[in-house]
Design a protein around this ligand. Structure first.
Ligand code: C5P
Length: 274
């Protein structure tokens, strides 16, 4: 198991998440690639409709294991989007950031399990009771329907929020690093598998919560690309070197004229960073 893989983590999800640096062959051109980056890089399918998402998945599925379906695509296509990715051999991270009363979130989590998602997330600001009830409902449901339990992550503070917005607008007095670390400890207490946090907070989270906790990092920008609405950004190498287990990249890939080229460059960069 790789460093940072929690004990008790759903084994099926981590199948293929090999730390042995085995070379796998690129089926199109016979180039050799390291298998670890392929598991670490998640592409956000932030597009308007299923057709566009399908084009991206078909182009990238030999190189990417997990695709993220967020609010935009799920609002457009719903469970069909999940089916589309799975039918093409990909895994799904459903990023709906649940935040509601414990009963509602627990019931919704059970539904996600039935859809066969590999990762989903809950907002840590929903509190420990909400997270704990949902995680236990999801795991119980997975057992019931004979599916591997999904990885359940807590969303901390969005990567589009900076220190000023946190303090002046949201009136939260703690600095981002300490607050994200505190919210991460709530997620761990509630029994979640890990958290979503920006690269800047990883070291602090690891120091407080140890290696046995998954950290997934969005707000990733390859050197030289546009930051867009993200505030707390890092390059793929910086995030992985800081200790992220998984990184999420959207616009730098999906808006590129050649998404596959960007993916290959990131995978190469990650291969060198390990
Ligand atoms: O296009 P970009 O790479 O900024 O996309 C980042 C993706 O990660 C988006 O789909 C966004 O919803 C998601 N995300 C994030 N920050 C979080 C959690 C999820 O940017 N804290």
């Amino acid at each position: 198991m790789p460093k940072g893989t929690p004990t008790g983590t759903p084994t099926m999800f981590w199948e293929g998440y090999s730390n042995d640096r085995t070379l796998i062959s690129d089926n199109e051109k016979g180039e050799q690639m390291n298998s670890l980056p392929k598991e670490q890089l998640i592409v956000a399918l932030d597009v308007d409709d299923l057709k566009q998402a399908e084009r991206l998945v078909e182009q990238l599925v030999g190189y990417i294991s997990t695709f993220k379906i967020g609010l935009q695509l799920f609002s457009n296509s719903g469970p069909d989007a999940i089916k589309m990715v799975k039918d093409r051999g990909g895994r799904v991270f459903l990023d709906l950031k649940f935040h509601d009363i414990p009963n509602t979130v627990a019931k919704a989590s059970e539904e996600l399990v039935k859809l066969g998602v590999s990762i989903f997330n809950l907002h840590t600001l929903g509190g420990v009771k909400m997270m704990r009830k949902s995680a236990s409902a999801a795991r119980k449901k997975a057992k019931e329907v004979g599916l591997p339990p999904p990885l359940i992550l807590g969303v901390t503070i969005l990567t589009s929020i900076d220190e000023r917005t946190l303090k002046e607008e949201l009136k939260i007095k703690r600095d981002i690093k300490n607050y994200v670390s505190y919210l991460s400890s709530l997620a761990k207490k509630a029994g979640l598998d890990g958290v979503v946090a920006s690269a800047g907070e990883i070291k602090k989270i690891r120091k407080t919560l140890g290696e046995d906790f998954i950290i997934l990092t969005p707000g990733i920008r390859p050197a030289g690309s546009r930051v867009d609405d993200q505030k707390r950004v890092a390059t793929p190498t910086e995030a992985i070197k800081a200790g992220a287990n998984l990184i999420v990249v959207g616009r730098p890939i999906i808006l590129a004229s050649n998404p596959l080229r960007v993916v290959k460059n990131i995978l190469k960069e990650l291969g060198n960073a390990q």
